[in-house]
Design a protein around this ligand. Structure first.
Ligand code: NDP
Ligand code: MG
Length: 381
C-alpha cells in the first residue's frame, strides 16, 4: 500500500490522480492533499478518499471546513503545501500544483527521501538544478508525470543513457497550430482555451497555444534526463498519439504510444515499475487512426519555444525570470488585460533586461520570481 500526499488535488491532474486512487484502493491511500480555492471539489475529495490532512489556499476556508469535518486536520497557505508534502506517514508526493509555488514543498519532501511524482513542471524550470541536486543527496526518486517525459522515461527503460543520441519531444501545436502570426493578433481567450487533443487546466492550455509549454518541457527534459539542449528536439505531431521518442546511437528509435489520456502517465508514476490496468482507458487502435502526421517546428512562428531554448542554454536565474514572466503574463491574458501575442513580448522583454546569476540558491530564485511578477504587472500598467 503506497501512502500518498497530493498537491493540487482539485486541478486537472490532481482530479485525475484522485480517480486513479479511487480505482485502486488496495494499492494507494490518499493521506494528505492540498487544494486552492475550489472548496466544492475539496469536499468531494474528502468524502471519497478520507484523508487525514487537507490544506487550502485561504485561512477562512480552512476554518469553515474544520466545522464541517471535525476529524480532519486543516491547514492553509504556502506552509500548508509544505505540511502536506512532508506528512510523516506518506512515502510518495504527487506534485500537481500549478506554478513555481510548488518549489519549496517539493524540496521539503525530497529532503525526507520521498518519491516525487512530478507534474508541476514550473518547479523544474525555475530551480531544476536545486531539485536534482537535493534528490541525489537524499536518494529521492523523481518520476515524471508529464506525458512526454513519461514516454521518454519509458523509452529509456533498461537502456544505457550514454548511448542516447537525442530525445524527441512531440508537440500537438496547441489551439492555434494552423494560424499564421498575423492571424494570432486578434485571437481571444476562449479560442486559446480550446485545445484540440487534451482537456487540461487553463494555464497549461494557454502555454500549449503559445508553445511555451513545449519550451518548459524542453527544459524539464534537460533537468530530468541530464541531456544537453543540442540533443533535445521538438517535432510537431498533431494527433498526440506518439508521446515522445528516444533515438540511440545505432539509429534505433524507441517511442511510447497511446490515446491521449493523462491518467496513463499519472498512474505509471504511481505504480512504477509495475503497470496496472487503466480503468476506463481507451485502447489504441492504429488501424482506425490510419495516419499520423509530423512536421518540423518553425522557431519564428513559435517564438516562445525559441525563448525557452535560449533561457535553457544560458541557465541560471534567467530560467526563473522567464517562467515567472510567463506565469504572470498568462494570468493577465486569462483576465483579458493583454493580447495573446503580448505574452511572448513580455517574456522577451523580461529576458532581455535580466541580470543573470548562474547556479542561484533558493533565496535568490524566490527573490527573482517575486520581483519578475511585480515587474510584469508594472509593465502592463
Ligand atoms: P489546474 O489549474 O487544473 O490545477 C492547479 C491546481 O493547483 C489546483 O488544485 C489549484 O487549486 C491549485 N493551485 C493553484 N494555485 C495555487 C496556489 N497559489 N496555492 C495552492 N494551490 C494552488 O492545473 P493542471 O492540473 O492543468 O496543471 C498542474 C501542473 O501539472 C502544472 O504544472 C502543469 O503544467 C502540469 N501538467 C498538466 C497537464 C494537464 O493535462 N493538465 C499535463 C502535464 C503537466 P484550486 O483549483 O482549488 O484553486
Ligand atoms: Mg506535456
Amino acid at each position: 500500500m503506497k501512502k500518498i500526499s497530493l498537491l493540487g488535488a482539485t486541478g486537472s491532474i490532481g482530479w485525475q490522480t484522485c480517480d486513479i486512487l479511487k480505482n485502486h484502493p488496495e494499492k494507494f491511500q490518499l493521506v494528505a492533499f492540498s487544494a486552492g480555492k475550489n472548496i466544492e471539489k475539496t469536499r468531494e475529495i474528502i468524502k471519497n478518499l478520507r484523508p487525514e490532512l487537507v490544506s487550502v489556499q485561504d485561512e477562512e476556508d480552512a476554518h469553515a471546513l474544520k466545522k464541517e469535518f471535525p476529524h480532519i486536520h486543516f491547514t492553509y497557505g504556502r506552509e500548508g503545501l509544505v505540511e502536506v508534502a512532508t506528512h510523516p506517514n506518506t512515502s510518495v508526493l504527487v506534485n500537481a500544483v500549478l506554478g513555481s509555488v510548488g518549489l519549496e514543498s517539493t524540496l521539503a519532501a525530497i529532503r525526507m527521501g520521498k518519491t516525487i511524482a512530478i507534474a508541476n513542471k514550473e518547479t523544474l524550470v525555475t530551480a531544476g538544478h536545486l531539485v536534482m541536486e537535493e534528490a541525489k543527496k537524499y536518494n529521492a526518486p523523481i518520476l515524471p508525470v508529464d506525458s512526454e517525459h513519461s514516454a521518454i522515461f519509458q523509452s529509456m527503460n533498461g537502456e544505457n543513457p550514454k548511448q542516447i543520441k537525442r530525445i524527441i519531444l512531440t508537440a500537438s501545436g496547441g489551439s492555434f497550430r494552423d494560424k499564421s502570426r498575423e492571424e494570432l493578433k486578434n485571437v481571444t481567450v476562449k479560442d486559446a482555451l480550446n485545445h484540440p487533443n487534451w482537456s487540461m487546466g487553463a494555464k497549461i492550455t494557454i502555454d500549449s497555444a503559445t508553445m511555451m509549454n513545449k519550451g518548459l518541457e524542453v527544459i524539464e527534459a534537460h533537468v530530468l534526463f541530464d541531456m544537453p539542449f543540442d540533443q533535445i528536439d521538438v517535432l510537431l505531431h498533431k494527433e498526440s498519439i506518439i508521446h515522445s521518442l528516444v533515438e540511440y546511437h545505432d539509429t534505433s528509435v524507441i517511442a511510447q504510444l497511446g490515446t491521449p489520456d493523462m491518467r496513463v502517465p499519472i498512474q505509471y508514476a504511481l505504480s512504477y515499475p509495475d503497470r496496472l490496468p487503466l480503468i476506463g482507458g481507451k485502447q489504441l487502435n492504429l488501424a482506425e487512426i490510419g495516419q499520423l502526421h509530423f512536421k518540423e517546428v518553425d522557431f519564428e512562428r513559435f517564438r516562445a519555444l525559441k525563448l525557452a531554448y535560449d533561457a535553457g542554454r544560458t541557465g541560471g536565474t534567467i530560467l526563473t525570470a522567464m517562467n515567472a514572466a510567463n506565469e504572470a503574463a498568462v494570468q493577465l491574458f486569462l483576465e483579458e488585460k493583454i493580447s495573446f501575442l503580448q505574452i511572448e513580448e513580455i517574456i522577451e522583454e523580461i529576458m532581455l533586461s535580466h541580470n543573470n546569476v548562474l547556479a542561484p540558491d533558493l533565496e535568490t530564485i524566490l527573490h527573482v520570481d517575486s520581483e519578475t511578477r511585480k515587474r510584469v504587472l508594472h509593465m502592463v500598467q
